[in-house]
Design a protein. Structure first.
Length: 74
């Protein structure tokens, strides 16, 4: 699902960055530019990032766990 229309960022893009160890939403914005144009997607992008980070943190500490929880539409 596309989260950020302005920069064409999907939930999978966010999940990949989070699983790869992206430390914060601000770092995610630097990397993908999500939520930096019109801002309409910011809440959904933050929730998607938080959910993915939580899933990865529960994954036995593997840096690239690849876990992608079922993300509900925001």
């Amino acid at each position: 699902m596309i989260i950020c229309l302005c920069h064409r960022v999907s939930d999978r893009d966010i999940a990949r960055e989070a699983a790869g160890g992206c430390p914060s939403f601000e770092a995610l914005q630097d990397e993908l530019r999500v939520g930096t144009a019109c801002g309409a997607c910011q809440d959904c992008a933050q929730e998607t990032f938080r959910a993915q980070r939580a899933a990865c943190e529960s994954c036995a500490g593997a840096a690239l766990c690849g876990a992608t929880p079922a993300l509900a539409a925001c």
